[in-house]
Write a protein that binds this ligand. Sequence first.
Ligand code: SAM
Length: 344
Amino acid sequence: MTPVADVYGRSLRNLRLSVTDRCNLRCGYCMPEEEYAWLPRDQILHFEEISTLVDVFLGLGVDKVRLTGGEPLLRRNLPELVRQLAGKPGLRDLALTTNGVLLVEHARALKEAGLHRLTVSLDTLRPERFPPLTRRPAETHAQVLAGIAAAPAAGFVVTKLDTVVIRGVNDDELADLIEFGRSVPAEVRFIEYMDVGGATRWSMDQVVSRAEILGVLGRRYGAIEPIVEPGSTAPAERFRLPDGTTFGIIASTTAPFCRSCDRSRLTADGMWYLCLYAVDGVDLLGPLRRGATVDELRALITGGWRRRADRGAEERLASRDRGPLIQIGQLKRDPHLEMHTRGG
Ligand code: SAM
């Protein structure tokens, strides 16, 4: 099948599916407030509705789906959704991104339901840093570490650990995280701090760039070799240390990957966004609940993607006086602008 292409020839391949906008952490770079305007419960897509939409996306060339949130493990019966999706023909990769807090309880059921891959977000190895980072107690950090240990025990082999690197917060833990990843085993990916919706405290001076990360790790381990992966549209560039350990860097802030971006995002209430930075999305919940046929949904999605000209992160890079993308007042009026609503 020839996938649908956008204005710049980018294919529709990769769907990030947010199953809830709720989260059990309050990370300062994503959800710094305690209370938010949540999506109305009666507008949250049911599993059958998600399944119908995923079928339409798969029919248009999507072959990778990542479950995200908010915190996806807060969605009740998530393994049941995984079971419904995992069996679909055409789905090459079904992954989940979690903060790991509830993973001990759910890892085995997720694996048994057919989930292929897991990514766990881990910003620090130091328990005393967890409360200021997440506004949750150090015991919760222990739960995250236990969750990471539960992943290989449940049968997940290619687990990834995602770390948002923030200057003065955790930028002295790069090598420790690599060592920890080796012990799991899991591949660590360092993410540049992004000025997405929700990151209301973002400033450029807190961003630790790919170049800096490579500099620090190079001084510690010696020559770092880039891993060339022809045709890859993955956001992470991968590298190899002299001893063979691999790691990734997602340089969305200083070296965006808009040129090859094949991702789109579906919120838990059925809004479809074609760029993490987009202000407007396409409502799929309304048409679905009004009884739209599969052909009508296909037409809506195909038309939206063909018109896609977004290069959000590149435009941010070009803007002068860069600061938080969206101010708190506007976020309170429209939760769809939040990173935790769209999924990271
Ligand atoms: N709760 C899940 C988790 O923690 O992985 C899934 C949702 S979370 C929004 C997805 C990813 O987005 C996490 O790895 C998180 O660290 C990342 N993220 C959130 N805000 C970010 C920011 N301002 N810059 C870079 N990454 C960010």
